[in-house]
Design a protein around this ligand. Structure first.
Ligand SMILES: [Ca+2]
Length: 668
């Protein structure tokens, strides 16, 4: 049973963006004050005054370092007086002080120079943003690192602090301080969403359909919190042996490419989803978390997304299901780039509001209200409505199997009797693992609840599975199944008790890997698997290539188009990947996965064929934490990540080499 609950109005839209105007009151700028920058992020337009303020504030702090006053006692009031906006002034001061905090007491020429290059880079970045010349920023960053390291001695002493603790070499120190300046300036300058009141859907432009134009349709189907191994038969039901998702298997796996090394670059809903929308790492989107100040729909700069780029290229675009965490604070307004918008205001299986192109309707608790069913109906309708028109891009985002993982009524009980999941790393912390994992406990109660939740996840996936079947049938109905790229994947993995960890966000395989299948008949004529690293940032560039269009000049996309892999010919492809995590119960960390030859550990490899005779290619995972802890696993010999060998002196060269690569990826 449904009923109309609310209708869009200009006033309600204005209320929805009130978060922008939440006053922080007179900004505190007293001396010796610990600044809480979280309240004043994202408050600056990139104007000349802001750029000048960053420079002048940086100079003032530098003088305080030089004359021994120290950063804490340094008064920036005069230096920042040219910035008229109170909140922006506070934001600039906070970011400068955070940067200064990295260099400790700033007592040496070396760390003063690191700080100088950092604030100069921040000021330059303001100008780059102002002039829409973001493509120059990577060069600026490289210059920051280069110049920053030149006047330092090795090791840096007194040592760097905060996030740069342990960076003792000039190269590492400059890399860390400049990367921090990059991140801080993002937080200061990110523009808020351009989410606007919904307009009438754009009229069709009379362009040819996909089949006629040679440009394919795209159907992107995203589940939520689904492990990499829950499409196949790994977790099969004793009541129904075979794949957990039989329809995904028959419709997609059996005619497409299954990427067995699908990964996300951040194992958390909102960061992963914004990376999907932009093709960029979280460290570039600035969306590190699910909630403000550094996450959520309110923080995401939605002015450049794959939907906009494809819409501008003539595509009919639609989003259905779960958008970004915190969208309820923006609804009923609609992000730019979409012709059709059918998004849950509250992301629930029952008892939720659904925003259909700006009209919000409440859904109750009947089986017909089940969100998976309703979203599938919207998806099928979108496809049917696309018949004979422009090529289309449909982004379907289902809530299942996210907690509470409520299954459709007739699926409840299907996985009763399944054996508990007890892999080799179940409830075991890695030997020499970092403090956060060593401190975890795993009680019988946690084991029982995780076992029960696993069953609910597997059962809730059944409705997603049928939804894929309905979508494929709809494509056949309109004769477009042969000219549509269909992708099935998830926004992050799920641990289910490995390493005593139940959910996502961990650096281990269970968290960072996802199911990933692509069906595209024009390039894939027979089913196959591909074990190369394919990431959530790769979807956007893949769509761009097949649509024969590009992101606007100046917008750097980190991901790579998967088209060459689909085509199956020889191709140069990434041999490593970056995964990052911020905040939460797990300390902020970043990892790189890369293969190295067994007796020449600085030689990168994908297979043994890349190494000399008698050698093997070991895939390594190296993790850096802000706590200065490190993890190093040989995934080839220790796939369960049970033995952290980062502390073994024999691995020092390998570790340094992987650290260098990690920092390169973090700077992209
Ligand atoms: Ca998720």
């Amino acid at each position: 049973m449904t009923h109309a609950a609310a209708v869009l109005s200009q006033r309600s839209w204005a209320a929805a963006v009130l978060w922008l105007l939440v006053a922080t009151g007179p900004a505190a700028r007293a001396q010796n004050q610990t600044f809480d920058c979280e309240d004043v992020d994202h408050d600056c337009a990139a104007t000349r005054d802001v750029g000048r303020g960053v420079s002048r504030g940086g100079v003032a702090l530098l003088r305080c370092f030089e004359d021994g006053t120290g950063a804490d006692a340094c008064d920036l009031t005069a230096a920042l007086s040219g910035i008229a906006d109170e909140q922006c002034r506070s934001a600039v001061e906070c970011q400068l002080r955070q940067l200064a905090a990295l260099v400790g007491d700033g007592s040496t020429r070396c760390v003063q120079e690191l700080f100088r290059q950092g604030y100069k880079f921040m000021a330059t970045k303001v100008r780059r943003v102002q002039r829409n010349r973001l493509s120059r920023v990577p060069d600026d960053l490289a210059r920051c690192k280069d110049l920053g390291g030149r006047r330092c001695v090795d090791p840096i002493a007194p040592s760097l602090t905060d996030a740069c603790v342990g960076k003792t070499t000039p190269v590492d120190g400059a890399g860390c301080v400049c990367a921090a300046a990059d991140g801080l300036s993002n937080r200061m300058l990110l523009t808020p969403p351009t989410c606007t009141p919904p307009a009438a859907p754009a009229a069709a432009r009379g362009l040819a359909s996909a089949a006629a134009s040679g440009r394919p349709n795209f159907v992107f189907i995203l589940s939520d919190d689904q492990r990499f191994d829950t499409v196949d038969a790994t977790h099969q039901s004793p009541k129904r042996p075979g794949p957990v998702m039989p329809i995904v298997t028959s419709e997609l796996v059996n005619s497409g490419v299954t990427f067995t090394n699908g990964h996300v670059t951040t194992s958390l809903c909102c960061p992963s989803r914004t990376s999907i929308l932009t093709g960029d790492y979280s460290h570039r989107t600035g969306v590190h978390d699910n909630d403000p100040p550094d996450g959520g729909a309110e923080v995401f700069d939605d002015s450049q997304t794959i939907a906009i780029w494809l819409h501008d290229a003539g595509y009919r675009t639609g989003f259905i299901g779960k958008y970004l965490n915190g969208y309820s604070s923006l609804s009923p307004c609609i992000p730019p780039g979409y012709d059709e918008w059918h998004v849950q205001v509250q992301v629930k299986f029952y008892e939720y509001d659904l925003n259909d192109n700006g009209t919000v309707t409440h859904f109750d608790s009947a089986a017909t209200d089940y969100s998976g069913e309703v979203m599938t109906q919207r998806a099928v309708q979108f496809i049917h409505d696309s018949a004979g028109g422009r090529p289309f891009f449909l982004h379907v985002s289902q809530k299942a199997p996210h907690a509470p993982a409520i299954a459709y009524p007739t699926d409840i009980g299907l996985f009763d009797g399944i054996a508990p999941w007890r892999p080799a790393n179940y409830a075991v912390a890695p030997t020499n693992g970092p403090a956060w994992v060593q401190s975890l406990t795993w009680s019988q109660k946690q084991a029982d609840s995780t076992d029960a939740f696993r069953i609910k996840q597997l059962e809730s996936l059944q409705d997603v599975d049928r939804g894929v079947g309905a979508i494929m049938q709809a494509l056949r109905d309109i004769g477009e199944d042969g000219s549509t790229l269909v992708i099935y994947t998830s926004d992050n993995g799920f641990s289910l008790g490995s390493h005593k960890w139940k959910p996502k966000t961990c650096p281990y395989e269970e968290c960072i890997r996802v199911p990933l299948i692509m069906r595209y008949p024009p390039l894939v004529t027979a089913p196959r698997t591909d074990n190369r690293f394919v990431l959530n940032i790769d979807f956007a560039p893949t769509f761009l290539e097949l649509a024969n269009t590009q992101a606007p000049s100046g917008f750097v996309v980190n991901g790579q188009s998967v088209v060459p892999l689909l085509a199956g010919g020889p191709v140069t492809w990434r041999d490593d990947l970056l995964n990052e995590h911020w905040n939460g119960k797990i300390p902020t960390n970043a990892l790189v996965k890369q293969g190295r030859c067994s007796t020449a550990t600085t030689t990168v490899c994908k297979t043994a064929a890349d190494c000399g005779s008698g050698q093997t290619c070991n895939i390594w995972k190296y993790v850096e934490y802000v706590t200065s802890e490190r993890e190093l696993y040989n995934l080839t010999t220790d796939p369960s990540e049970l033995n952290n060998v980062a502390g073994d002196p024999a691995n020092a060269t390998l570790k340094a080499s992987l650290a260098t690569r990690l920092h390169q990826l973090q700077a992209q």
